[in-house]
Design a protein around this ligand. Sequence first.
Ligand SMILES: Nc1ncnc2c1ncn2[C@@H]1O[C@H](COP(=O)(O)OP(=O)(O)OP(=O)(O)O)[C@@H](O)[C@H]1O
Ligand SMILES: [Mg+2]
Length: 291
Amino acid sequence: MTILELDTILHKELYGQEIVHRIVINALRGHLTSSNPPKALSMSFHGPPGTGKTYMTQMIAKFLYKKGDQSEFYHFFNGRNDFPLQEKVNDYKEELYKIIINSLQKCERSMFVFDEVDKMPEGLLNVLVPFLDYNTWVKSWRHASYSVNTRKAIYIFLSNTGSTRIIQHLLTLWEKGKLRTMARIQDFENLISVGAFNEKGGFYHSDTIDSNVIDHYVPFLPLEEKHVKRCLKRAFKDRGVEPTDEMIEEGLSHVTFGPPPHNLYAYAGCKRLEQKVAANIYARRKEKLEF
Ligand SMILES: Nc1ncnc2c1ncn2[C@@H]1O[C@H](COP(=O)(O)OP(=O)(O)OP(=O)(O)O)[C@@H](O)[C@H]1O
Ligand SMILES: [Mg+2]
């Protein structure tokens, strides 16, 4: 897939995340067009649940690899499930180091995704510093004579850290009559990096942030009703059903909006809508069969 194709897909399939779209496309373009980038690309995705963080990561994987997130060079770690214990942080560090070195030896363009960074043991991410820095090579501990190029890899961190600040800022804009699309990247960048550093979890007082190795803080904005409707429509269409307005309204009835008094944003974004839609379609088919 070319970067233009990814751009087109994002226009069509990623709803209400213009800032995200712009940052990610530019970051990838910058990193991939250089045959010798100065450092690995690292992006930190922040925002409320169900706003497209994991979804975006899968799109990037599809763009990089034929097999997408099934590629052997795509590595996905979940902070809570894969690294549950603070007291084992040193073991985790060693494991992670080995996985990264091994993957980079096979493919310099490897991709590493860390979900729920805020649930990771503190200090774990420090093991990434040599991989994310402006170092060209990291020596493999196994083959002393062999070094690995670290600069073509891509690292993505996912968390809900900073969500409250993102929502608050967007609401302030809305109250001033400013459109969502008028929000500026710079406003959010500052909000999130401060939040990520101070809220407990993987980034908490970590060297990873300290040494400014995160290239882009990417704000995922809360989704509004119109975006959720688009998710619902797509979920029906994916199952070969052309939804009526009534079916969309039924789907919307499962979605909670907040915060009061304006209730502009879906609390869980487009999360779990596919399951709701599947249940709805099933119930309708069953009804038809019974009559
Ligand atoms: N902005 C969006 N545009 C289009 N579809 C979306 C968007 N956000 C979410 N979706 C849909 O909702 C599903 C769930 O979203 P996703 O898993 O990416 O949420 P998330 O931001 O990673 O949430 P969490 O913080 O809970 O992990 C996606 O698979 C996708 O179908
Ligand atoms: Mg996710």
